[in-house]
Write a protein that binds this ligand. Structure first.
Ligand SMILES: NC(=O)c1ccc[n+]([C@@H]2O[C@H](COP(=O)([O-])OP(=O)(O)OC[C@H]3O[C@@H](n4cnc5c(N)ncnc54)[C@H](O)[C@@H]3O)[C@@H](O)[C@H]2O)c1
Ligand SMILES: O=P(O)(O)OC[C@@H](O)[C@@H](O)[C@H](O)[C@H](O)CO
Length: 399
């Protein structure tokens, strides 16, 4: 039997399935008296919703370690909906039974003019109009202060109804972590071989999973902490550790690896030069993370194993997608923090930025905003491009 629909999601992609749906499925198993199901909306794609609907929302998670695969059926999505169905979206969010909305719409989904904040604002206005009660909005995207960033974007989109929206919505900052590459035809074949049935909605993820959330929910929520999530007063240090080490490392390896014609993170990470460069980058990035050395060391030790996992084919092209929206939260913000604290920019940090600029200028552009930035930087002398990039960076939220 399905759990009751008490959660909604926007951006039904691979990560929603491997992370929020997985945590919720496990929380449901560990707390039988407190069941939660997702009504999950795609961002744009129709196919993902239709495929999952055919399977009644149930999909396979392939947990892929260096030693082998473990298959698990995940049953916390009770309905999959198309993102373009605005009527169903608004009526779902206006239902008082729905207590939490989780969001994964990529970094570019928060930019001025992006569609997700508009959609969320529209649905919250509908919810406020019928007095359906408070709701918690949990951003699960890789941004600094993701909850606050989403709040700013949604209130901006709500225009003169911003006050009504702000009264009912509590925006939760979170740190999310689980490497989840886009599934391939080979992965789908692997499910068929191991389980005997076809599952086009299967996802692949590493065994590691982390979720840190701020303790400012507006109302009830699943007992995610019963299955490994952590609810804390301030996620900032965990967010810095994750974005400034893992994600900055990913962005550097994607740029440097693509310039060397590698295809996956594991290949780029196995290159001794790139490995040494990413280590040097981590040493400089960690200077301003507000956690004990031991906590960072342990986490980095685990990260080295995760990145080296040869069975996770995390494609550099996927990571480099939307790159111009990722370079700020992963690298430029760190330099800004460090400059404000009186530190000088590290050599490895500047070199990583130089590599990234080279990659966007020299390689085939993967998305429009990054192609636009590459064209701007091309007009600047080669040796001044990193300085130009740093100078034009305005942190999110600054006017
Ligand atoms: N995949 C991972 O390893 C991982 C790990 C941590 C966090 N995340 C976060 O989750 C996000 C999504 O990752 P994924 O692997 O699910 O990607 P995906 O491509 O499988 O799914 C992305 C979803 O977001 C929607 N979307 C994307 N851009 C949008 C936009 N501008 N407007 C509206 N909808 C949009 C898509 O339609 C889709 O539903 C990442 O960008 C990141 O912020 C991913
Ligand atoms: O998902 P994105 O597009 O924000 O970034 C690509 C990867 O760096 C990212 O997905 C990591 O795999 C993830 O953040 C690990 O938890």
């Amino acid at each position: 039997m399905h759990p009751p629909a008490r959660l909604a999601h926007l951006g039904l992609g691979a990560f929603h399935r491997s992370h929020q749906a997985w945590f919720t499925h496990h929380a449901n198993s560990s707390c039988p008296e407190d069941q939660w199901g997702f009504v999950s909306f795609t961002g744009r794609s129709v196919r993902t919703a239709d495929q999952l609907t055919k399977a009644d929302g149930v999909f396979t998670l392939i947990e892929r370690s260096a030693d082998g695969d473990r298959l698990e059926r995940i049953e916390s999505i009770v309905r999959a909906e198309r993102g373009d169905d605005f009527h169903t979206w608004c009526s779902t969010l206006a239902n008082p039974e729905i207590k939490v909305l989780t969001v994964t719409v990529t970094e570019s989904g928060y930019a001025e003019g992006a569609i997700p904040p508009d959609r969320i604002a529209g649905a919250l206005i509908a919810r406020a109009a019928v007095n359906a009660g408070p709701i918690s909005i949990v951003s699960c995207d890789n941004l600094n202060g993701n909850g606050a960033a989403l709040r700013r974007a949604v209130l901006r989109a709500a225009g003169d109804q911003a006050k009504e929206v702000d009264k009912i919505a509590s925006f939760v900052d979170t740190v999310v972590d689980r490497i989840t590459p886009a599934a391939t035809a080979e992965d789908i074949r692997c499910v068929r071989e191991l389980s005997g049935f076809d599952d086009p909605s299967a996802v692949v993820a590493e065994p590691f999973a982390e979720w840190v959330l701020t303790d400012n929910f507006a109302d009830a929520r699943p007992a995610w902490e019963a299955v490994g999530a952590r609810v804390v007063e301030d996620v900032t240090p965990y967010e810095q550790r994750k974005l400034w080490l893992l994600n900055a490392g990913h962005t550097f390896l994607a740029a440097a690896g693509r310039l060397r014609r590698y295809e996956t993170i594991a290949e780029a990470y196995a290159d001794p030069d790139l490995n040494a460069e990413v280590e040097a980058l981590w040493a400089e990035q960690r200077r301003s993370i507000r956690l004990d050395d031991a906590e960072i060391n342990d986490w980095l030790a685990a990260l080295r194993v995760r990145l080296a996992n040869p069975r996770i084919a995390h494609r550099l092209e996927q990571i480099a997608q939307g790159s111009s929206a990722k370079i700020a939260p992963r690298l430029l913000t760190v330099l800004r923090h460090q400059t404000e604290a009186g530190m000088t920019a590290g050599e490895a940090q500047l070199s990583a930025l130089d590599t990234w600029v080279r990659s966007i200028v020299e390689l085939e552009p993967l998305d429009q905003p990054t192609a636009g930035l590459a064209r701007d930087l091309e007009t600047v002398a080669r040796r001044d491009r990193v300085t130009a990039l740093i100078e034009q960076f305005t942190p999110a939220g600054a006017s």
